[in-house]
Write a protein that binds this ligand. Structure first.
Ligand code: SF4
Length: 211
């Protein structure tokens, strides 16, 4: 059984699958408390569901793309079984994780979108650096940027950890850093990263749940 906050169907707002119809399974609980968190409702709220119930609900949607997110999905051990089961059912499966819990046992068919927490999140000391060794070439690494210090820090992190050539996403904190400001910094430095805007917040009201 897993505690599930919500299951819904929407447009994928982020990453390289951005813009595609996608089902989302949002699992309850998170071990972090980021300053900019927009899913605090997932910290405790939810209902217990079996893997079968979750999969049946996802199968009722017409897309074969599914993302397991949170909260922090890996906070519940059975999330690993859910990810495997979704792959076995033929879904293209994405995992959005904070990067603070081990990813090494995640099914290799899953595409991982892993955060590296920046200083303004208040959680940078929780980054599990060894996770970088378990990322596959098709996985994505996301930095959420709240200010110029975060930008510099992320840029240094990419250089020091040899991440150029990987799929790296720079996402401005919504309502805190202008997309234009971040775009100008990227252009000035010519960084090989993608500006990652959460397009669902432009399609619907920014704090709408279930989209
Ligand atoms: S890891 Fe995600 S869900 Fe957890 S506190 Fe940070 S932003 Fe919120």
């Amino acid at each position: 059984m897993l505690k599930v906050n919500e299951i819904f169907y929407s447009i994928q707002g982020e990453g390289t699958a951005q813009g595609k119809p996608c089902s989302f399974v949002r699992l309850t609980y998170c071990n972090l408390r980021c300053s900019y968190c927009d899913t605090e409702y997932a910290f405790y709220e939810g209902e217990e569901m079996s893997l079968r119930e979750i999969i049946d609900k996802v199968k009722a949607y017409p897309s074969l793309l599914v993302e397991v997110t949170g909260g922090e999905p890996l906070a519940q051990k059975e999330s690993l079984s859910l990810l495997k089961a979704l792959c076995d059912e033929g879904f293209e499966t994405l995992l959005e994780t904070s990067g603070s819990l081990p990813i090494k046992d995640v099914d290799k068919r899953v595409k991982i979108i892993m955060d590296v927490k920046t200083p303004s999140s208040g959680m940078a000391d929780k980054n599990l650096i060894e996770n970088l060794n378990f990322l596959k070439k098709e996985d994505e690494i996301k930095f959420v940027i709240g200010n110029f210090e975060d930008y510099q820090w992320s840029k240094n992190f990419i250089e020091e950890r040899g991440l150029s050539g990987r799929t790296v996403l720079f996402s401005p904190v919504f309502g805190k850093m202008e997309a234009k400001t971040l775009a100008e910094l990227l252009l000035k430095d010519g960084l090989d990263v993608r500006l990652n805007l959460q397009i669902h917040k432009f399609i619907w009201q920014p704090n709408t749940r279930g989209v």
